[in-house]
Design a protein around this ligand. Structure first.
Ligand SMILES: Cc1cc2nc3c(=O)[nH]c(=O)nc-3n(C[C@H](O)[C@H](O)[C@H](O)COP(=O)(O)OP(=O)(O)OC[C@H]3O[C@@H](n4cnc5c(N)ncnc54)[C@H](O)[C@@H]3O)c2cc1C
Length: 460
């Protein structure tokens, strides 16, 4: 990185908040994208840690003038290479913007700086027991700004939707340096085009998010976890819509091939409690009363049994519940070093069983034992294309493209919650028409006329 850029950044944030020594900036060059798939990180970068939106504004004015690329970095838990620089760039870490700005109980909202992590937010909310925030992607090191920028989903989308459903307002620094505030503490707001929702999910390509106002919800006091096993994927999948049609909306309905659960448990030194069958569904339920919790649990088991469930376990104690959820959270653990790619496809929920059949057939065709887990009620399945002894299999691109085309055949999407980043953008033209892509490029150009923000991400 040129010394004049370093000197200019020092004059904005102070010497203590800049790192350009390669040995000290390793952790800023990668995210959690599967090791076999990592785009090449740029070594000739500088990490800058501004302390305010005003400093970010100065940095972007400077970058815009000198045409220096800027990559916003949140918690670095992304899985599509969004924070990995592809050319000599300023890596703008939000980590110092980590304060709770306002806890507005009357409006059921909280305003928080974008660099606060999900763990910071949960810690703040744990100080009281009335209100909660529902979105939980797997890693609590994710920052709130990163969760907005990726429009994160997670397990509880069945009942509470995705990040987009809970963001009320944003403070954003535009690539040209202006600080703008979009949205507000409003339930209804129809004025003009919706810039708030344009910025949500923009993966650091349209602006740097510095402050976020989130909607909070009253907590249900009674929580339960159910584990139900089936012999076949189809039986498990078919049970899910019947439960929803009954008026029961669990917080989460997670699907796991049993082998994933067993291996994840073994790695944690514990045991997966359900031995029968070959696939499992985990239901997380919350209800306002104990009676309602029992009634929902019983109905879920009844419907699953009508779909030939072979076993059902109600985790009664907090310890049992935690054990199941810890194992689910560790699902990637045993496979991490040999997953070529954990896809993030979603299809309309009713088509999941047929989609599964097609994926199994594709796995057999290529000789890849594709394992699956995911947010089944959302139609969002993470299929693991396995590596070939720590290497990408030779047929990887071909198999992946066939899987994407299969998803699109059912009206699905290539990525449901992880984002396009750098690893999915190559297939944008499979999902969008030329005209749709032109409009997206035009939008990017309006926000960022000199194309300084996160080059190589989403679209070129
Ligand atoms: C074990 C594990 C489980 C996961 N499970 C889920 C899951 O269930 N659901 C899910 O949706 N995701 C999941 N993820 C992915 C990841 O946690 C989410 O994408 C998360 O929202 C990323 O937040 P981050 O702060 O780490 O973002 P980063 O990885 O730092 O950045 C992601 C993108 O957002 C941009 N960005 C970051 N901060 C800002 C900002 N302030 N302003 C503008 N742009 C910004 C970056 O430039 C980049 O393009 C999982 C990841 C792991 C490691």
């Amino acid at each position: 990185m040129k010394s004049e850029i370093i000197e200019s950044l020092k004059s904005i944030v102070g010497e203590d908040w800049i790192t350009y020594d390669l040995s000290k900036m390793q952790r800023y060059l990668y995210d959690e994208t599967e090791p076999l798939l990592r785009p090449e990180a740029c070594k000739d970068c500088v990490v800058v840690k501004p302390g305010s939106a005003e400093e970010i504004s100065e940095i972007l004015k400077y970058s815009n003038k000198t045409l220096t690329p800027v990559v916003a970095r949140g918690g670095g838990t992304g899985v599509v290479g969004g924070v990995i620089p592809t050319e000599s760039s300023i890596i703008l870490s939000l980590e110092r913007l980590n304060k709770i700005v306002e806890f507005d109980e009357k409006n059921l909202m909280i305003t928080i700086e974008a660099g606060a992590t999900l763990a910071d937010l949960l810690e703040e909310l744990n100080k009281q027991d009335k209100l909660f925030f529902p979105i939980h992607p797997g890693d609590e090191g994710a920052q709130i700004g990163g969760m907005v920028a990726t429009n994160a989903g997670g397990t509880k989308a069945v009942k509470h939707g995705i990040m987009r459903n809970h963001v009320k307002a944003l403070e954003v620094v535009l690539p040209t340096g202006e600080i703008v505030n979009v949205g507000g503490k409003l339930i209804k707001n129809n004025m003009g085009y919706d810039l708030l929702h344009m910025l949500i999910g923009s993966e650091g390509t349209l602006g740097i998010i510095t402050k976020v106002t989130l909607k909070l919800y009253a907590q249900n006091k009674y929580n339960g976890t159910l584990l139900v096993s089936f012999d076949t994927r189809r039986e498990a999948c078919d049970a899910v819509p019947c439960i929803l049609q009954e008026g029961i909306t669990p917080l989460a309905v997670e699907y796991m091939d049993k082998i994933i659960a067993q291996n994840a448990a073994q790695q944690l030194g514990t045991k997966w409690p359900a031995n029968k069958g070959s696939v499992d569904l985990i239901f997380m339920i919350d209800e306002p009363t104990e009676d309602a919790l029992y009634a929902s649990s019983e109905k879920i088991v009844e419907i699953c049994e009508e779909h030939n469930a072979v076993d059902s376990i109600i985790a009664e104690t907090t310890k049992e519940q935690r054990n199941i959820l810890a194992i689910r959270s560790n699902a990637y653990g045993p496979y991490k070093d040999n997953i070529a790619d954990a896809l993030d496809i979603a299809v309309p929920p009713s088509t999941v069983p047929d989609f599964f059949d097609d994926i199994t057939a594709l796995g057999e065709k290529y000789g890849n034992h594709i394992l699956s887990l995911g947010h089944i009620a959302d139609g969002n399945i993470h299929n693991f294309i396995m590596g070939d002894n720590g290497k990408l299999p030779s047929y990887y691109e071909e198999l992946k493209e066939e899987m994407y085309k299969t998803a699109l055949k059912y009206g699905g999407t290539i990525t449901a919650e992880h984002g396009t980043g750098k690893t999915r953008k190559k297939h944008m033209s499979l999902q969008f028409t030329k005209r749709e892509l032109e409009i997206m490029k035009g939008i990017r150009k309006v926000f960022d006329p000199n194309e300084i923000l996160n080059p190589g991400t989403i679209i070129d």
